[in-house]
Design a protein around this ligand. Structure first.
Ligand SMILES: Cc1cc2nc3c(=O)[nH]c(=O)nc-3n(C[C@H](O)[C@H](O)[C@H](O)COP(=O)(O)OP(=O)(O)OC[C@H]3O[C@@H](n4cnc5c(N)ncnc54)[C@H](O)[C@@H]3O)c2cc1C
Length: 305
């Protein structure tokens, strides 16, 4: 049986691992240049910065098994954030080393953006056509709805009500290369009721030799300023945190707008099957959310087949 998985983020890779172990013929397609989706690490001027997911929890034994395996290969590391009681985890050399390691044994094709689903095949922007018996889709739900609409596929009333419930918050992220590391204790600081909700020092985090910070705007600020001039927004965000990052310390910066960052309203089950079709949806919009929820979504879907 041929299974196509759209998306090589945590959910797609987690599903692919299980399905490969079960002996299915699996192909994972991703539109990105690399794998990982929102577990993204960016290189700017030889400096590295996690600019999507920053750290993650490990609450379930299923996820613990994977993380322990990765920890013994020095891919993940524990992280103690002063403002959080329980231990958190990071990619020891950047968040995207985790999906890269997971993908290394899987049949993943990158630069393959799926643009059409038709007659049990998916078509990509490059013109390739992949037939499937079952299709797993793991991108954020609004992008799945667009893909369905472009493919002139119909949702049932139940499909519409399930998918309509799932919501994501936006996040504007600024990555800045610095002359010197910050003095942020433990490498990360959570801010409340301010334009910026999070600052991470990637040098102190241990993922780069060159001092680099990642700054995330709060969801309220991100929603309000999402379509504004990015340079103006970055300037405003950086000036709001000048007690932590002196503007004279900044060498260069880049801004990225994540339209879908965390899934704030999710469907309670780990995955969802489109009514009367061999199409299954997974990702952080299902179950627990975040990195661990995306893993569990793919894991439970893989075990369902
Ligand atoms: C700024 C930010 C901060 C975050 N902070 C945290 C955090 O600190 N802790 C935490 O646990 N979580 C955090 N998250 C959330 C976490 O990153 C996600 O929950 C998780 O990575 C989602 O994984 P996924 O596989 O469901 O989706 P994704 O990672 O989005 O994977 C979907 C994949 O589908 C691909 N794709 C999309 N459309 C197509 C198409 N048409 N054809 C082919 N491929 C396609 C994308 O390229 C992507 O690789 C954060 C996210 C962001 C953006």
């Amino acid at each position: 049986m041929k299974i196509i998985i759209i998306g090589a983020g945590m959910a797609g890779l987690s599903a692919a691992r299980i399905l490969m172990q079960k002996g299915y013929e699996v192909t994972v397609l991703d539109k990105g240049r690399g794998v990982g989706g929102r577990m993204s690490t960016r290189t700017i001027e030889n400096a590295k910065a996690d600019h999507g997911a920053q750290y993650f929890s490990v609450k379930t034994t299923e996820f613990q098994t994977l993380i322990s395996e990765l920890q013994s290969d020095n891919i993940t590391a524990e992280w103690h954030l002063v403002q959080r009681e329980n231990v958190r985890y990071i990619g020891a050399k950047g968040m995207n080393t985790i999906p890269k390691k997971m993908a290394s044994l899987l049949p993943v094709l990158v630069n393959e953006k799926v643009v059409l689903i038709e007659n049990n095949t998916v078509k990509t922007e490059s013109g390739n056509i992949y037939p499937f018996d079952k299709l797993v889709i793991t991108m954020p739900i609004p992008q799945i709805i667009d893909l369905f609409q472009n493919s002139k596929m119909l949702f049932s009333e139940n499909d519409k009500s399930v998918l309509g419930e799932i919501k994501y918050e936006p996040c504007i992220a600024v990555v800045a290369v610095l002359k010197e590391p910050t003095k942020i204790v433990s490498g990360g600081i959570i801010l409340e009721n301010q334009p910026v909700s999070w600052i991470a020092d990637n040098f102190q985090k241990g993922i780069t030799q060159i001092p680099t910070v990642t700054i995330h705007a709060s969801s309220a600020y991100s929603a309000k300023r999402f379509d504004d001039d990015v340079n103006e927004v970055a300037k405003d965000m950086l000036s709001s945190v000048n007690q932590y990052i002196n503007s004279e310390n900044i060498v260069s910066s880049q801004t990225h707008r994540w339209r879908f960052s965390n899934a704030t309203k999710r469907y309670e089950a780990h995955f969802y099957q489109i009514e009367n079709q061999a199409i299954y949806l997974a990702g952080d919009g299902f179950g627990m959310g975040n990195v661990e929820g995306a893993f569990l979504s793919g894991y439970h879907l893989g075990n369902r087949f």
